[in-house]
Design a protein. Structure first.
Length: 122
């Protein structure tokens, strides 16, 4: 067995495709409408259709899908340039900071409230 990829639930697939594709610069490998797979192996799935597929019903909840219980991690060769390009368009958790293990990262929320970390390669 091998782990393949996380698939966060998103409330608006077009909005999230724009966020991850246009803003973060991920390249789309396959776009199936309600499911988008990016070249990196990262994928997003429209929540209502995935809920129907998995649980055979839609889950009604007032909460956002991102619940601060998972961190989606990405790397960028120039973390400062990534921060300058992304920061004005997102809800930041914090700007670029050096972590105790020496890596520089910044963190933000995607449109559904999933925590996203963008760091320099280790």
């Amino acid at each position: 067995m091998r782990f393949v990829n996380p698939i966060p639930f998103v409330s608006d697939i077009a909005r999230s495709k724009t966020f991850y594709g246009d803003l973060l610069g991920l390249k789309i490998l396959n776009d199936f409408g309600n499911f988008v797979l990016f070249e990196t192996g990262f994928a997003i799935h429209e929540a209502k259709s995935l809920e129907q597929t998995i649980w055979k019903k839609q889950i009604e909840t007032p909460e956002r899908y991102g619940r601060q219980n998972i961190l989606l991690y990405f790397e960028h060769e120039d973390v400062d340039a990534a921060f300058e390009a992304v920061a004005p368009h997102v809800d930041l958790i914090h700007p670029v900071e050096k972590q105790e293990w020496g890596q520089r990262v910044f963190r933000l929320y995607d449109p559904d409230g999933h925590a996203v970390e963008i760091g320099e390669p280790q």
